[in-house]
Ligand binder design. Structure first.
Ligand code: PDD
Length: 278
């Protein structure tokens, strides 16, 4: 694989970042994951806009212009011969002597790599659906900033696997916030319910597109917190993310959602999303 570091392209075993990088020492870094289908970046402007917002919230400078970031993404897709897969981008505050204070003069570190995922859009999980378990949301309070502090989501996903599920839905004050790496939805009385934007969840780029397509298709959407009880007795459940698109959830805490099969709303939204965003 070819990896991008600070303006240069390296074979992955020659790519280097300092041990003093604040991304490594403090998780002082933000990231984006953009899907590639048929060699085409999906919703790049959305990811670029969120990157700019994450950086601004942390008082970090955009290391290069949005046009340059786009051309690096394209270059990575070409150099790594990605048909279907992902481009991962991370920007850290840079490498400086270890200190809790934000440095004034650090040069940001920018790293990109790709992951090939042949057949990404027709993953078997979309046909069978995911099993989730609910776990407490113990992340920090600014989940709207896409930082690389992913330890708790990793712990939660690992615990979900240990319990025989595919993923966890995180719960705060009795309400589902989101999945470990996706936004969470239920369908009740034909209405799509998903938590409203705020500091408690990541503002998913796929979420925004999917809700717009749902509204265009005259589906009813309510943006509000929903309880674990509501989720367990919902007609349908699903998640969205750049890498999973729209993925049905068929089991919550060991109990089937609806008839335990991927529901019509999730299936339809997945179809529309893949059709419209390609
Ligand atoms: N995760 N919520 C969380 C906590 C996430 O980590 C993600 C994305 C999402 C969905 O956002 P989007 O639709 O913009 O991908 C929601 C990425 C895919 C990851 O960490 O790999």
């Amino acid at each position: 694989r070819i990896v991008h570091v600070n303006g240069e392209y390296f074979p992955e075993d020659q790519a280097r970042v300092s041990v003093f990088d604040r991304g490594f020492l403090f998780a002082d870094a933000v990231y984006e994951v953009t899907s590639v289908l048929d060699g085409k970046l999906i919703d790049f402007p959305g990811h670029a806009a969120r990157l700019a917002r994450s950086l601004a919230e942390l008082d970090m400078d955009m290391p290069v212009t949005e046009e340059e970031i786009l051309s690096i993404h394209r270059e990575m897709v070409t150099r790594n011969d990605i048909t279907d897969g992902l481009v991962y981008l991370q920007v850290t505050r840079g490498a400086v002597d270890r200190d809790f204070l934000f440095p004034e003069d650090a040069q940001p570190t920018i790293v990109l790599f790709t992951q090939a995922k042949p057949g990404l859009a027709d993953s078997p999980a979309a046909r069978t659906g995911l099993k989730v378990v609910t776990l407490p949301d113990r992340r920090w309070g600014r989940r709207d900033i896409k930082t690389v502090q992913l330890l708790y989501p990793s712990m939660a996903k690992t615990e979900a696997k240990r319990q025989g599920a595919d993923d966890a839905w995180l719960v705060e004050d009795g309400h589902v916030t989101e999945g470990t790496s996706n936004n969470a939805y239920i369908v009740r009385n034909g209405t799509i319910v998903t938590r409203q934007l705020g500091e408690e969840i990541l503002h998913g780029i796929t979420r925004r597109a999917v809700l717009a397509f749902a509204r265009e298709a005259q589906m009813k959407v309510e943006e509000r917190p929903f309880t674990v009880e509501e989720a367990r007795s919902a007609e349908e459940a699903f998640v969205t993310s750049a890498s999973a698109f729209v993925m049905p959830v068929v089991e919550i805490d060991g109990r089937p959602v609806g008839d335990g099969q991927p529901g019509p709303v999730a299936r339809r939204l997945r179809e529309i999303y893949l059709e419209e965003s390609r």
